[in-house]
Structure formats: C-alpha cells, structure tokens
Write a protein that binds this ligand. Structure first.
Ligand code: FES
Length: 128
C-alpha cells in the first residue's frame, strides 16, 4: 500500500541528493518534462562497455522527483544498459521507501530519462 507521507529514506535523498550536478564527460544525456506537473529532469550517464559507470542529474522538481532521481543515480551505477532500461518507476519509488499516491507520477521522470538517454546513445552509436 502506498505510504501517506514521505519516508525517512526519501527525505534523506531530498536533503542530501546523491550525484547531483552536471557531468562534463557524459556519454549520454536526456531531458524530460513531467506532463502532469511541468517538473523536469536532466540525466547524465557515463557509459563504458555497455554498462553505466556513473550517473548524475539536475532537476527542477518536487522532493519526490529529486529523491527518486538521486536514488536512480545510485541504482544505475555499474548496471548493464539492458538492466538499467528494465528498471521501472516502481523500482525507483520503492528505492525511496514508496511514494504517496499523489506523488506516484514523480518517479516517471527518472524512468523516462534513463530510457531516453540510453536510446539516444544507441542511436548515435548506430549512426557512426
Ligand atoms: Fe512534479 Fe513531483 S510534483 S515531479
């Protein structure tokens, strides 16, 4: 069942976001806007050997979107691209201790950005 309030894990990610900031040497990037509220997320990935080495983010969003983006950067590090793409918004929501019902849409930003960044990276590689 969805929690009614933000969990301590979510609050910790919000107050101390992991991997916040742009990445100078990123191999892939995505910018996504949440159609529900207009909040946005820019995600950066460093990719080597078909694996996400590092991830970072910039966001203009609510506490839930900041926390799920922060958790996402931790979850992505070291994952194969396929595993990264398979992560769902529920996985990101679960990583921050669940989201209140009215905030479930906030985890969509991270999930969309990951798929978009990896999709663009694949397209660029295919074009070379
Ligand atoms: Fe917009 Fe959370 S209210 S992403």
């Amino acid at each position: 069942m969805a929690p009614e309030y933000y969990s301590p894990t979510l609050i910790d990610h919000f107050e101390h976001p992991r991997n916040a900031g742009a990445m100078e040497d990123a191999d892939a990037e995505a910018y996504v806007v949440n159609p529900v509220c207009g909040d946005s997320l820019r995600l950066f990935l460093k990719i080597e050997d078909d694996r996400v080495q590092r991830a970072s983010f910039l966001t203009s969003g609510c506490p839930a979107s900041i926390a799920t983006s922060s958790a996402a950067t931790e979850m992505l590090a070291g994952r194969s691209l396929e595993d990264a793409e398979a992560l769902t918004r529920d996985d990101y929501a679960e990583a921050v201790g669940g989201l209140p019902k009215s905030k479930v849409h906030c985890s969509v930003l991270a999930a969309s950005a990951v798929r978009q960044a990896i999709g663009e990276w694949r397209k660029q590689r295919a074009a070379v």
